[in-house]
Write a protein that binds this ligand. Structure first.
Ligand code: NAD
Ligand code: MG
Length: 379
């Protein structure tokens, strides 16, 4: 477990960075800050200042609560803020209606009101479940993200996609609902299992691939530091990722256009996650293998070069992520991919790469090329 006083002392000058998800001019009051820094969970004033009421509900899970929940609740209490803890079972397999109902039950039993903010303290599963609960409880209550996994800090906590899985597809039920604030404390990553850290790296690499070639170069140079959890390097990667995501979300909140590019590797990845059973392959692992599949499809579509495809494979291997897709029948891949949310008028759309740093969405994929790609990428 982790000693918060030690973190405070080691707090490397407490350099906090703040990035804004900026919806001005269309919707200025929904713009919100993403605070990033080592040890900033201690700075509860950041949270308290955006609460409409001196009472909150904090949703977490059985793994994260023992590490961070009590410290947070005590710090809030010291500022006169009382909190209702809601502790869920851990795991992607619990990202469903039953678990969502546990949140509603607790909110109702504790008489939480329209002004009672809900805090999500955890990874992407807790963030997605809690965000959906906040979007729908009493038709919407204030919501704050406190992401504690690398994946959640660089991706899922930013941008307002919330929701749950359906037995027949990932994230099929949900809402767009922006948080009031995101507070990403990179010190919480000290307790994260290695495998989860690597899963987060997949989404970081994605930003370089779809729109930030300089970041991709930087990642090639710094991957070993990220794997060693060097906190300065981690903070830099989190910031750069959040800047990329914040720009995309501000430009296209409801995924009418460029936001879809964030789904690089996800059409294949979701098929892997669902097909193997939720939780068997981590989301980031499935995205890594899915990214190789998307790159291979791009190469077969005469878009990306061989050299770039090799660089993609190499950086994912450097990050110790899977680059080979699991063996499933071709028909199973195809059937699972028809559940993709990008399907329009029955046609699957794929995010492909022209080169490292430039992605495109294409609907004109010949079935034969798709089949060939999947077969070539499987173990
Ligand atoms: P997760 O939430 O399951 O967390 C991974 C594991 O780490 C869990 O066991 C969790 O309890 C544990 N954990 C979390 N923080 C910890 C810490 N600091 N120390 C020790 N253990 C800790 O998984 P994830 O990778 O964070 O998120 C994956 C989910 O996010 C998927 O459901 C995916 O669909 C979703 N997602 C959503 C978006 C979005 O835009 N909303 C984007 C990407 C992914
Ligand atoms: Mg993702």
């Amino acid at each position: 477990s982790i000693d918060f006083n030690t973190i405070m002392q080691n707090n490397r000058g407490s350099t906090m960075q703040t990035i804004t998800v900026d919806f001005t001019p269309s919707s200025e009051k929904r713009s919100y800050p993403i605070h990033i820094g080592y040890g900033i969970l201690q700075q509860v004033d950041l949270i308290v200042s955006c609460l409409p009421q001196k009472r909150v509900a904090v949703v977490s899970n059985t793994t994260i609560a023992p590490l961070y929940l009590n410290k947070l609740r005590i710090a809030l209490e010291e500022r006169g803020v009382s909190s209702v803890p809601i502790i869920l079972p851990d795991g992607e397999a619990h990202k469903n209606w039953e678990t969502l109902n546990l949140i509603f039950d607790a909110l109702l039993q504790n008489h939480c009101e329209r002004n009672t903010a809900i805090l999500a303290l955890g990874g992407g599963v807790i963030g997605d479940l809690t965000g959906f609960a906040a979007a729908t409880y009493l038709r919407g209550v204030p919501f704050i993200q406190i992401p504690t996994t690398l994946l959640a800090q660089v991706d899922s906590s930013v941008g307002g996609k919330t929701g749950i899985n359906h037995p027949s597809g990932k994230n099929m039920i949900g809402a767009f609902y922006q948080p009031r604030m995101v507070l990403a404390d990179s010190a919480t990553l000290n307790t994260l299992p290695d495998r989860e850290l690597r899963a987060g790296l997949a989404e970081i690499i994605k930003y370089g691939l779809i729109r930030d070639p300089a970041f991709f170069d930087w990642l090639e140079q710094n991957m070993h530091r990220l794997l060693a959890r060097d906190s300065v390097t981690l903070n830099e990667a989190i910031q750069r990722s959040c800047e990329n995501k914040a720009e995309i979300v501000a430009a296209d909140e409801k995924e009418k256009g460029i936001r879809a590019l964030l789904n690089l590797g996800h059409t294949f990845g979701h098929a892997i996650e669902n097909g193997m059973g939720y939780g068997v392959w981590l989301h980031g692992e499935a995205v890594a293998a899915g990214t190789v599949m998307a790159a291979e499809l791009s190469r077969r579509m005469k878009l990306i070069s061989d050299v770039d495809v090799q660089r993609i494979r190499k950086i994912l291997l450097q990050a110790e992520l899977p680059v080979v897709a699991p063996k499933m029948p071709l028909e199973k891949y195809m059937q699972l991919m028809t559940l993709d949310k990008k399907v329009e008028a029955g046609k699957s759309r794929f995010i492909l790469l022209n080169r490292i740093g430039e992605a495109v969405m294409r609907a004109d994929i010949a079935p034969a090329i798709l089949n060939e790609t999947i077969l070539a990428c499987m173990s």
